[in-house]
Design a binder for this molecule. Structure first.
Ligand SMILES: [Zn+2]
Length: 207
């Protein structure tokens, strides 16, 4: 299993080059999360070469660099842009928590999509009503209480399926990276509603 799953807090790794193709590199192991599951790819460097993109290709993780002056078997040093990644992890966990709270308070049980970004994320909830100001205030209040409770967040595999669970709530299928507990997420700084048509409520999340 890739190192970013084994330890999402790992910021540095020495590993060997498995394959090079022009500016694309596959490593024996990696701490760089590839784009997927609504979460953007990591940033950082591999032996001082800036990462432009990280994506999954079959069972490999491909790193696209400015240049890849490496040979197969070379040892390289991976350095993660931790500030960016940690912001993304906190946001990803925030969306899960918000979804759980929306279920708890308003019986919302389905999402119509989400997008995680370091600065601002969005969550589309399947809901026939309107998440008006009082409802959003209730969401924020419950969210804050759960941050204070510092509930553990755990992830595990069942075959090919990965599940993530905030203690006390249902496990959710998710391939993304999360903080180890809710306190690390921090409070919401803003929760904005966007009108995206009937039957769907979009909230924009800022931490
Ligand atoms: Zn997720």
């Amino acid at each position: 299993m890739w190192k970013y799953y084994l330890d999402p807090y790992l910021r540095e790794l020495k590993t060997a080059v498995k394959k090079v193709d022009d500016n694309q590199v596959i490593l024996e192991d990696t701490i760089f999360y590839p784009t997927g599951g609504g979460q953007p790819h990591d940033r950082g460097t591999i032996s001082n070469q800036e990462i432009q993109d990280v994506f999954e290709l079959g069972s490999d993780v491909v790193h696209v660099l400015d240049q890849a002056p490496f040979l197969q078997g070379n040892t390289v040093r991976c350095l993660l842009d931790w500030d960016y990644r940690y912001a993304v992890m906190r946001m990803h966990s925030a969306l899960h928590l918000l979804f759980d709270v929306a279920g708890e308070l308003f019986g919302i049980s389905a999402s119509a999509g989400s997008n995680v970004e370091a600065e601002k994320s969005r969550l589309d909830l399947v809901y026939d009503d309107v998440l008006d100001e009082p409802k959003r205030a209730a969401l924020e209040k419950r969210f804050s209480a759960l941050i204070d409770e510092d509930r553990p967040i755990t992830a595990w595999w069942e075959g090919n399926k990965r599940l993530v669970q905030i203690e006390g709530y249902d496990p959710m299928p998710c391939g993304g990276l999360h903080t180890k507990s809710t306190q690390e997420i921090g409070y919401l700084s803003k929760l904005k509603r966007k009108n995206v048509g009937k039957g769907k409520e979009r909230v924009e999340v800022f931490l």
